[in-house]
Design a protein around this ligand. Structure first.
Ligand SMILES: Nc1ncnc2c1ncn2[C@@H]1O[C@H](COP(=O)(O)OP(=O)(O)OP(=O)(O)O)[C@@H](O)[C@H]1O
Ligand SMILES: [Mg+2]
Length: 89
């Protein structure tokens, strides 16, 4: 089966609200691959970063680092997400 989505070493940190307190990584080095026709379930306790991971993959939140390939295109390097969003199926 061909590769649909590949996530490599994704990191998303949120800054701390208190001065002098470092931010924290809601997503810290997540990697996975989903093939066409495959379903991936993401399970974990409340606050473990599931929604933040989804937002980061869609660029609704900008990740700090890592790579996200959708059908072979690194979407974190795409200047315009609209053509990719139009073509998702
Ligand atoms: N915009 C934000 N600014 C600061 N911290 C955030 C933000 N969004 C999420 N967080 C923090 O990041 C961590 C992960 O949150 P996230 O919402 O991704 O968890 P979740 O696994 O989806 O939880 P749930 O199962 O309750 O939906 C939590 O500590 C949360 O407080
Ligand atoms: Mg959530």
């Amino acid at each position: 089966m061909s590769e649909l989505l590949r996530v490599e070493d994704l990191v998303k940190t949120f800054p701390s609200k208190k001065r002098g307190v470092p931010g924290f990584a809601a997503v810290n080095g997540v990697s996975f691959t989903i093939s066409e026709g495959e379903t991936l379930g993401l399970v974990g306790e409340s606050g473990c970063g599931k929604t933040t991971l989804g937002h980061s993959v869609l660029r609704l939140a900008e990740p700090d680092s890592g790579r996200v390939f959708y059908r072979g295109t690194n979407i974190l390097e795409a200047r315009d997400m609209r053509p990719l969003r139009k073509n998702c199926r």
